[in-house]
Design a binder for this molecule. Structure first.
Ligand code: SF4
Length: 711
């Protein structure tokens, strides 16, 4: 079925009676190298081993990775299609479920038009499937309403990179170079918990003297090892970044030759940060001014530096502004396109990079082509065998699709590999939307909170039951191998798209025998686009330990370091946007005097639909909690372990208090991996970034009350 890849000198993990399938973890963008152990006699999954010769993660896996195999034959797997009858799910045949979908989709489109259907995609799938989600929505269903869960994850990074560099690739450098860097400025990333296997790279660099600056309201395990921890108020990143830019300019740390030759708008940026003295920046952010000054000197004096950020910076209504400003820090220091230097974002979902490039976004076609570009529409229409005039127009972003359900435009939705009933902001609004739909179809291998709202649930395969490619957080395209045949009656998502398309009379556009055939079409679809994969083959990926896009021909080496000579803007120069300071969408008031921020813990992955079913992970972290500083708790006479009511202008929930001095004394932090009454996204603010349409998950105003029963 596949080969066990091991390089000379690397420990041999082969055991008698078992085969080892070389692949990657199913969860985050690190895509750690692993082997899945499979019994040769029974075909059962026996466990996983780290892949010591995978150059990015060198034999490391986190608690999620070492237990990932337990989801494959988990008893909660959906074994057959489910149809809701009289409010209860009943198992059905594939034919019955698909016939119902065909009938309902056809009826709704005949009555209400093509755009009465919608698709909500996800980026934990392979490139082949993510590519087909866009094609399925636009060709099989013919709807303009498609968007995906990456809108809640990577969209501000994408928006910021496009503005600054003219291209959204999550890392400008290969992460194998990180150990040679001299300085890391890490903003809004709890790296040690969210991307744990990357920490070894920072430690290697630290052993050689590298410095670390961490920007975070909490003293996370990452902040604890930093030289400087800038503990800002949530939502004040643009003020802090402007303050750091001010000091880099004032203290003479600008690489003027690089800026003159490779950047536009420097004078405007310089003028806009003039007011951001350390005192003013400290007053806005709540960070001690001496720490801001120290951080600027460390960053400014480092020959090779990497600016890195994640959702803490991006999941704000000014997320794109934040990304452009942090990127400008690297540009002023002349750090992009050079060895062991650059800018990178920590991609959340496994294929958060590849999954956002190829047509799941409401306004994009494969290869980062724009739906508003007639030439792009013409090219992709030809690849797909449709008329350009039949290509649907751009739709709306993920959260805005719920508006379209509430206003009656969207009547049905097909949710694919996503759990927006947990991951949406102001999530009760999403729940109401699902209830209003005439028809909801969900593809998943577990009955997620979203699937519970569905009329039909289609059982899909896990990552170990199908082949394909993903693109890791570096921009490296890698190979996911099939370890076992699909369990129970599950089907792959690409087979499901083909079955539905056939029933809707569009089968000829989805006639694939395997993922490699999809990949061959996908290569053509990306050719000439900004995210060009046309030179990448499965064989090259295996031989070269992955291939970095852009890779426009089979004799092109791929692009580990991007923007070496020029940026992807029309004139080849990077932009340095001047960004005015703006408060977050909500600031503390008399009624809601605190700031709520949300995030992840090491034991869970995103909406928790997978990790909440793994016993070991649940034992470590079974429920969400309200983390707060003892000084804040004492003002409310609250003690560790007591239950409180946490409220925002949208809703409230009950949580156990967890006291720690490792957080600001004016915020409450709650992890977000749970659904229903345990969902902190009942409280979060749907205020959207004007460019990326990213909701403001990371800050809103809040209040806490001690529950009487604990008095
Ligand atoms: Fe690696 Fe991420 Fe999987 Fe952990 S969850 S093993 S860091 S890919």
């Amino acid at each position: 079925m596949s080969e066990y890849i091991v390089k000379p000198g690397v420990i041999n993990l082969q055991r008698e009676g078992e085969k080892l399938i070389t692949t990657h973890c199913s969860y985050c963008g690190m895509q750690c190298g692993m082997h899945i152990r499979v019994s040769e006699r029974t075909g059962e999954i026996k466990g996983v081993e780290p892949r010591y010769d995978w150059p990015v993660t060198l034999g490391k896996l986190c608690p999620k990775g070492v237990t990932a195999y337990q989801q494959i034959d988990h008893p909660d797997r959906i074994k057959r299609p489910l149809i809701k009858k009289n409010g209860e799910f009943v198992e059905s045949s594939w034919d019955e479920a698909l016939s119902l979908i065909e009938r309902k989709f056809t009826e709704l489109q005949e009555k209400h038009g093509k755009d009465s259907l919608s698709v909500f995609g996800g980026v934990s799938m392979t490139n082949e499937k993510c590519y087909l989600v866009g094609k399925y929505a636009r060709v099989a269903l013919g709807t303009r309403f498609i968007d995906y869960n990456g809108r809640f994850c990577m969209s501000s990074a994408a928006g910021g990179f496009n503005q600054t560099f003219g291209l959204d690739r999550g890392s400008t450098l290969p992460w194998t170079e990180l150990e040679h860097s001299d300085c890391f400025l890490i903003a809004g990333s709890n790296t040690a918990e969210c991307h744990p296997t990357s920490i070894q790279m920072f430690w290697k660099a630290r052993d050689k003297g590298a410095k670390m600056i961490v920007v975070d309201p909490r003293e996370t395990p990452t902040a604890r090892i930093a030289d400087v921890h800038l503990d800002l108020k949530p939502g004040t990143d643009s003020a802090l970044a402007n303050g750091l830019l001010h000091l880099i300019i004032k203290e003479g740390y600008v690489d003027q030759k690089y800026v003159d030759e490779r950047c536009n708008n420097y004078e405007e940026l310089k003028a806009s940060v003039e007011a951001f003295t350390p005192e003013y920046t400290a007053s806005l952010t709540g960070v001690d001014k001496e720490k801001i000054i120290k951080a600027a000197h460390i960053f400014g004096q480092s020959p090779r530096s990497v600016v890195m950020f994640a959702r803490g910076v991006e999941q704000q209504s000014k997320g794109v502004d934040n990304v452009t400003l942090y990127s400008s820090l690297a540009l002023l220091r002349g750090q992009i396109g050079k060895f062991a230097s650059g800018v990178a974002t920590f991609t959340g979902q496994g294929n958060g990079q590849g999954g956002r490039e190829h047509g799941q976004k409401s306004d994009l076609l494969p290869g980062y082509r724009k739906l508003t570009d007639p030439e792009a529409v013409k090219y992709i229409s030809k690849v797909w065998g449709i008329k350009p005039e039949d290509m649907p127009k751009p739709g709306v972003s993920a959260y805005e699709m719920f508006d379209e359900i509430h206003n009656g435009t969207i009547k049905a939705m097909h949710v694919i590999c996503s759990n927006p009933a947990v991951s949406s902001p102001n999530v009760e609004y999403a729940w109401e939307a699902f209830k209003r739909l005439d028809f909801l179809v969900v593809n998943d291998f577990f009955l997620s909170e979203t699937a519970e709202f569905a009329d039909v649930v289609l059982p899909t395969t896990t990552w170990a039951e199908d082949e394909g490619t993903t693109t890791n957080l570096e921009g490296r395209v890698i190979h996911i191998r099939k370890a076992i045949e699909p369990l129970h009656e599950s089907k792959t998502d690409w087979e499901i798209f083909g079955e539905i398309a056939k029933r809707l009379g569009k089968g000829k556009h989805f006639d694939y025998k395997n993922p490699r055939e999809i990949f061959e079409e996908f290569r053509i679809a990306t050719k000439g686009g900004k995210a060009d994969y046309s030179g990448i083959t499965y064989e090259r990926i295996d031989k070269e330990d992955g291939v970095f896009w852009p890779c426009p021909s089979e004799d092109h080496p791929g692009t580990p370091t991007i923007f070496k000579d020029k940026f992807s803007t029309p004139d080849g120069k990077a932009n340095l946007p001047a960004v005015a300071w703006k408060e977050p969408g909500e600031i503390p008031t008399k009624e809601f005097p605190l700031r709520l921020t949300t995030g992840r813990v090491v034991y869970h992955y995103l909406s928790g639909n997978q990790t909440r079913r793994i016993d070991f992970l649940m034992e470590q972290c079974p429920v969400p909690y309200a983390e707060m500083h003892p000084e804040l708790a004492s003002q409310y006479n609250m003690r560790d372990g007591e239950m409180i009511k946490l409220s925002t202008p949208r809703s409230s929930m009950e949580l156990e208090v967890k006291l720690t001095k490792a957080t600001r004394n004016d915020i409450v932090f709650v992890p977000y991996h749970w659904g229903k009454e345990l969902s902190v996204n009942k409280l979060t603010n749907p205020s959207l970034d004007p460019i990326s349409r990213m909701p403001e998950f990371k800050v809103c105003s809040a209040k806490i009350e001690k529950l009487k029963k604990n008095a």
